[in-house]
Design a protein around this ligand. Sequence first.
Ligand SMILES: NC(=O)c1ccc[n+]([C@@H]2O[C@H](COP(=O)([O-])OP(=O)(O)OC[C@H]3O[C@@H](n4cnc5c(N)ncnc54)[C@H](O)[C@@H]3O)[C@@H](O)[C@H]2O)c1
Length: 425
Amino acid sequence: MKFQKLCVLGLGYIGLPTASTFATNGLEVVGVDVNEAVIATLKSGGLHIHEPGLRTLVSGAIQSGMLRVAAQPEPADAFIIAVPTPFYEDDKRADMRAVTSAAEAITPHLQKGNLVILESTSPPRTTVDLLAPILEKSGLKAGVDFHLAYSPERVLPGQILRELIENARVVGGITSESAQAGYDLYATFVRGNIIKTNSTTAEMVKLMENTTRDVNIAIANEFSRLADRFGVDVWEAISLANLHPRINILRPGPGVGGHCISVDPWFLVEAAPDLTPFIRTAREVNDAQPQFVVDLVKRALGSLEGKKIAALGLAYKPDVDDLRESPAVEVVHLLQDAGASVKAFEPFAPNAKLPNLTTVPALNEALEDADAVILLVAHSQFKSLDATEISEIMNGYVAVDVVNGWNVSVWKNAGFDILRLGVGG
Ligand SMILES: NC(=O)c1ccc[n+]([C@@H]2O[C@H](COP(=O)([O-])OP(=O)(O)OC[C@H]3O[C@@H](n4cnc5c(N)ncnc54)[C@H](O)[C@@H]3O)[C@@H](O)[C@H]2O)c1
């Protein structure tokens, strides 16, 4: 199947790189977002997210005339839905409102022969049970009059532009013709293998990938607690265990965050609670890890009441600006609940405003007069900080490293009492 015009709904971390990459590979692309600020920023030449190389890619695509941004979809050969799929905080059910409204926005423009692809991470059977009925309100039949497919996105933030092109891609059609149509669309630029399957398998693939990451991090976090109790250095123990050719233990840390790994396993738990006790437990272990970190800080400081703490990093992982579901943010909230006064510095989002949390735009502002400094995210620039310079700014000499980012002897030599996650004394 040949495509000339594409409409991408949702211009975030996934949709914007996808829209721009199609546009620079010869398709006329309309990028649609319901957030007026996103549209205004892009129209004025700005960018609302941080991703290496994206600014150049987007501005090139817009200047060439192949990418336009708009508030509403319009008729096209193909539609890609890349809108958020968070969960409801209270019961962890998947919040599919954005997918539903994106599909409703496409329906009036749908024509015979079109292709619709859902990329948003979704519970099993979403494509057939949720998406198809909405699109069929157009009077056209899914799989007969138009193609419908699900294709999970597996890119790594920080590497999105390269991985979009190089990663293997799974395309699950509701019919084999729909899978083939999806294959033809992605073949525009994907250099990795494109594998065709059915839509529910493709949905499961994505959820299984992220659930596997989550349970593997949960076991690493549990190992950090055991090591703490038994006087072992978990970082050393993991590196020794990983010498085994068939073992690959991941890194413990303050918990699991981001838009994907801390959310997606719940989609399986929600879909089949009777079959998922293990997946649920892993989620609960990771969600409890921020409290474990706070207990460690309490141990380092005696009491948290009235203590001034500099928190370094709020992102959910190193060297990105994404604060969604971040366990570092949760640690700061818990420290505050325990009576500490925390100033947080996130170099990738220095002006971020978060509810009930004080962020400062410069490192020194966080450190000034602090009794303790906690390293919550292993950003490269934090790993290379000069401990002696820091000791001159702070009031106290307590450092807590929850990501194994600092050299213990260097910090000790600079006068610090340093505690690390997963290192029992
Ligand atoms: N970010 C990642 O690394 C990643 C990786 C794999 C999969 N995913 C999945 O991809 C999907 C999108 O994630 P993201 O990180 O790009 O989200 P995002 O929040 O960065 O961007 C989503 C955009 O969609 C817009 N939007 C919301 N409702 C809309 C609607 N009805 N019509 C048009 N636009 C709408 C929002 O305003 C926002 O700009 C999610 O399901 C996510 O789980 C994300």
